[in-house]
Design a binder for this molecule. Structure first.
Ligand code: ATP
Ligand code: MG
Length: 329
């Protein structure tokens, strides 16, 4: 029986698919699909190396980009320490998800934008700015967010800035609260979408969803503030218009970034109604029913046995496709 070693730790919710409960749901889905899974909860690099040594497995699946004691934020690690995918690459260990280079490009949102822009793929204008940088001559309103975070950390109505003074203030806020530069980009006022890339080769599917929130929940701007995330107010709907355009944009981005197995691209429409990629998630959320990936999968693969059976199929799709990519059949 194929065995999957699932790795998580204190940063599993901030960096990865969710907390330990989500990780246990993934294990159950794998165990119920004719494979077996073991969870290793690692607090530091020593525990991580030990778990690779003491377990036998066919493939690894990690909720963590890098080992960190921080349970609320991601960041880029301490620079000296390797990321988990670096070590899997060094040791030739098969693993689910994009490789180390892609993982770093995805967490670093300015890198993602640069790579996509160089290939002619639609992204907002963008500048990575710290408090000591001169402000560029740019159009307002702009959107200001942390460079390397997730779950809308650091995002509220003050993220939309209308003048150089407001921009300056917001860069100070990002730097002092998150110890990282700000990513300043074109404010995209239109509808929000997210497109799930599932599997590779013959197993590949692109599933678009429209992200909707009851408009009365919005303040000054229709944006997903941090207080609207993880509380069940964002809903995913089937996309009725421009479906092919969104799939095409996602497919191009996934190819440009070398994404594998299970990756989600977030997009919004600009002032002219044109979709632009705002970020690409290398370890999308996998909380049953709550996270966007399971919600999208369920929309396209409804099953009379209910959402947990749909969830099991989603997890099995990801695992089966990754095993096939390594020819571990
Ligand atoms: N350029 C932009 N214009 C308008 N709104 C934006 C822009 N960038 C981000 N947002 C809003 O902020 C939210 C969070 O931004 P983004 O998706 O980049 O970060 P995230 O916190 O990493 O998200 P995730 O939890 O999906 O990883 C988006 O869902 C969107 O509502
Ligand atoms: Mg996002």
């Amino acid at each position: 029986m194929k065995k999957i070693l699932i790795i998580t730790g204190p940063a599993g919710d901030a960096q990865g698919w969710g907390d330990i409960t989500a990780t246990q749901s993934i294990k159950k889905a794998i165990d119920d699909s004719g494979k077996t899974a073991e969870i290793a909860f690692v607090n530091n690099m020593d525990e991580f190396y030990l778990c690779l040594e003491k377990n036998t497995f066919d493939i690894v699946w990690s909720a963590l980009y890098h080992i960190s004691g921080k349970s609320e934020t991601i960041g880029m690690g301490d620079g000296a320490q390797k990321w988990l995918a670096d070590i899997f690459d060094d040791r030739g260990i098969p693993y689910i998800g994009p490789d180390a280079k892609t993982m770093k490009d995805l967490i670093h949102k300015t890198s993602t934008h640069r790579i996509l822009k160089n290939k002619g793929i639609s992204v907002p204008y963008h500048y990575q700015l710290g408090t000591s940088d001169a402000l560029p001559d740019m159009a307002y309103p702009a959107f200001v967010k942390p460079s390397y975070e997730s779950r809308s950390v650091g995002i509220n109505d003050d993220s939309v800035v209308n003048s150089p003074e407001e921009l300056k203030k917001r860069i100070v806020y990002i730097e002092s609260n998150f110890e990282q530069p700000a990513l300043v980009e074109e404010y995209l006022p239109g509808d929000e979408y997210t497109v799930l890339m599932l599997g590779n080769g013959v197993h590949q599917a692109f599933l678009p969803g429209k992200v909707v929130v009851d408009p009365s929940m919005f303040g000054k701007y229709p944006i997903l503030r941090s207080d609207l995330r993880g509380v069940g107010v964002t809903k995913i709907q089937v996309v009725s218009q421009r479906k092919e355009e969104l799939i095409d944009l996602c497919r191009q981005a996934m190819e440009a970034l070398n994404c594998l197995d299970h990756v989600r691209a977030d997009m919004r429409l600009d002032a002219d109604g044109k979709p632009k990629i705002i970020e690409v998630n290398g370890i999308p959320g996998l909380k049953p029913i709550k996270s966007w990936s399971p919600q999208i999968f369920s929309l396209y693969n409804p099953c009379s046995d209910g959402p947990m059976e749909e969830y099991r199929k989603l997890i099995d799709h990801i695992v089966t496709s990754a095993l096939a990519r390594y020819n571990i059949e």
